[in-house]
Design a protein around this ligand. Structure first.
Ligand code: PEP
Ligand code: MN
Length: 338
């Protein structure tokens, strides 16, 4: 944003404008163009309150900085958008949704057992990877179509809609046959051709933030999907890479209110992949709801010591069962259901 002063503005008025900008926690860069002074405001725009600034003596106009994104921008839609997945509504004033399940689909019995326990605990959606993005090519890569079949069977039995990752546009037709929502993983956040493909899908999409990506880069990736016509889109914070080695990644919780201020899209938080350690995930799930998350994604496994991926971060079903009422209490405290 830039603030243009009146040509008659006094030095004292300009100093007051600069002081006000700094009081908002933002940086002010003053440049002079003849009699006019331009104050450039640098920093996260949600911190700016335009009205008191516009009313200050000496201010002629406030010009918002052009945003690099359009379709996702909050100013293009007054109301927060909601995404409907088989009757489940996520975003806006809807109840906070719980997306739970194992990291990977490992077998029929495993998927059905976990799905039954999750349904019992109050989960609203089922997750499980059939195409797994693994760091090593020698690690378990997923059961592919067979895994999708087990997921669909678990959905049919429990009624929980199913979300699963699509890693490659060539797999999209088969994933679309079984899934209710497509997940774009962190590693593919900037796979622009894949983003375009899922932008043409009839299924909703959950787009995860890359662990080296800024909030603006996440929004620009969302823009690729929206621009192809798919507006059923959820954004997901799942931790970014920082110097902190105490957790797997660093959960950037401030991304939640910022994404909700900058965009109209529902925001999901996945504390599991961010924290990476079972012990500390419940605390961050509670904090995510307090920060305004529209849905929480949690990995849950009935036998984490035998999990084929991410066992160390999977919650036990009994831990989830105890966590759900606490998450509900936090949601209620901020005026939401769960
Ligand atoms: C996952 O959800 O299983 C996953 C691989 O997540 P991410 O892309 O966030 O690492
Ligand atoms: Mn995982």
């Amino acid at each position: 944003m830039i603030i243009i002063t009146e040509s008659t503005a006094t030095e004292e008025q300009i100093a007051q404008i600069v002081a006000q900008v700094r009081e908002f926690g933002l940086e002010a860069q003053v440049s002079r163009e003849g009699a006019r002074v331009i104050v450039g405001v640098v920093g996260p725009e949600p911190m700016i309150r335009e009205k008191p600034l516009a009313a200050m003596p000496g201010v002629e106009a406030i010009v918002p900085a052009a945003k690099p994104y359009k379709l996702a921008a909050r100013d293009t839609r007054r109301a927060a958008s909601t995404v409907e997945i088989c009757g489940l509504s996520i975003g806006g004033n809807s109840a906070v949704a719980l997306i739970c399940g194992p990291c990977s689909v490992e077998g029929r019995e495993q998927m059905l057992n976990i799905a039954r326990m999750l349904k019992e605990s109050g989960a609203s959606m089922l997750r499980g990877g059939a195409f797994k993005p693994r760091t090593s090519p020698y690690s378990f890569q997923g059961l592919r179509e067979e895994g999708l079949r087990f997921l669909a069977e678990a959905r049919n039995e429990t009624g929980l809609p199913v979300i699963t990752e699509v890693m490659d546009a060539r797999d999209l037709p088969v994933v679309e046959r079984y899934a209710d929502c497509l997940q774009i993983g962190a590693r593919n956040m900037q796979n622009f051709s894949l983003l375009r493909e899922v932008g043409r899908s009839h299924l909703p999409v959950l787009l995860k933030r890359g662990f080296g990506a800024t909030v603006n880069e996440l929004i620009l990736s969302a823009e690729y999907i929206l621009n192809e016509g798919n507006t059923n889109l959820l954004l997901c914070e799942r931790g970014i890479r920082t110097f902190e080695a105490g957790t797997r990644y660093t959960l950037d919780l401030s991304a939640v209110p910022i994404l909700k201020a900058k965009t109209h899209l529902p925001v999901v938080v996945d504390p599991t992949h961010a924290v990476g350690l079972r012990e500390f995930i419940p605390q961050m799930a509670l904090a995510s709801i307090a920060a305004g998350a529209d849905a929480i994604m949690l990995e849950v496994h009935d036998s984490p010591e035998h999990a084929k991926s991410d066992g160390e971060q999977a919650l036990l079903p009994e831990t989830l069962a105890k966590l759900v009422p606490r998450m509900r209490a936090v949601a209620n405290a901020i005026g939401r259901d769960l």
